[in-house]
Design a protein around this ligand. Structure first.
Ligand code: TMP
Length: 227
């Protein structure tokens, strides 16, 4: 049976990494999963992230997020580094996992490039779509959970965590443009992007995400579940 790619997206401090871990921990209790297992399909669940889901990507993540001093990174270099990370990640990790029937939970993917480098940095959106196409070979998420949160609230959360990375250091207007990017993407792709209210308590958000994923699993595997 085919694997599935589930992606978590959102602005800084929206809680996506926490929620990804929560979903990973909760999925073994899924009724849909149990039904599939009874029919002999035992999908592995894999968690990964962009940037940094491969050994090459770990180095690229370091380059992208650390503030190295010296001349600032230009936007096109930033775009290409994210694309390089993704190309390696898709080929080395995501595609083989999907071919094995895994459920891949990925922290950020192509929508982040549209939101951050497109809306945030102002790079041409068609160029970004082309580059995403090159990096992914056309691999689109089966479901994108967009954790929607007010930008100022998210940034305040990240500041509590300590030193801001290179992207978090960008000004509020940048992060507000990023947010507009995610809002626009959600309107353009209602078939795969589900908005989750990330302002709620962690437990509430986790429960909502679990319910959404159960619904999607039902849709994806309905013939196998009723067979
Ligand atoms: P995070 O994994 O902690 O969310 O950090 C990744 C940072 O990289 C975050 O600021 C968003 C940014 N980013 C982009 O700007 N473009 C991209 O394509 C991706 C995947 C992430």
């Amino acid at each position: 049976m085919p694997g599935k790619l589930l992606v978590f997206e959102g602005v800084e401090g929206c809680g996506k990494s926490t929620q990804l871990k929560r979903l990973h921990a909760a999925l073994p209790q899924s009724d849909r999963l149990h039904q599939l297992q009874r029919r002999g399909f035992v999908p592995q669940i894999l968690t990964t992230r962009e940037p940094g889901g491969t050994e090459l990507g770990a180095g690229l993540r370091q380059l992208l997020l650390s503030d190295r001093g010296g001349a600032p990174m230009v936007s096109r270099a930033e775009l290409l580094l994210y694309a390089a990370d993704r190309a390696q990640h898709v080929e080395e990790v995501i595609k083989p996992a999907l071919a094995r029937g895994c459920w891949v939970l990925c922290d950020r993917y192509t929508d982040s490039t549209v939101a951050y480098q497109g809306y945030g940095r102002g790079i041409d959106l068609d160029l970004i779509d082309q580059l995403n196409q090159v990096a992914t070979g056309g691999l689109v998420p089966d479901l994108t959970l967009w954790l929607s949160l007010d930008v100022a609230t998210g940034l305040a959360r990240t500041r509590q965590r300590g030193v801001a990375d290179r992207m978090e250091q960008a000004d509020l207007a940048f992060h507000q443009r990023v947010q507009r990017g995610f809002e626009t993407l959600a309107m353009q792709h209602p078939e795969r992007i589900v908005a989750i209210d990330a302002a709620a308590a962690i437990e509430t958000v986790a429960a909502e995400i679990f319910a959404v994923v159960e619904d999607y699993l039902q849709q994806w595997y309905a013939p196998s579940l009723t067979a």
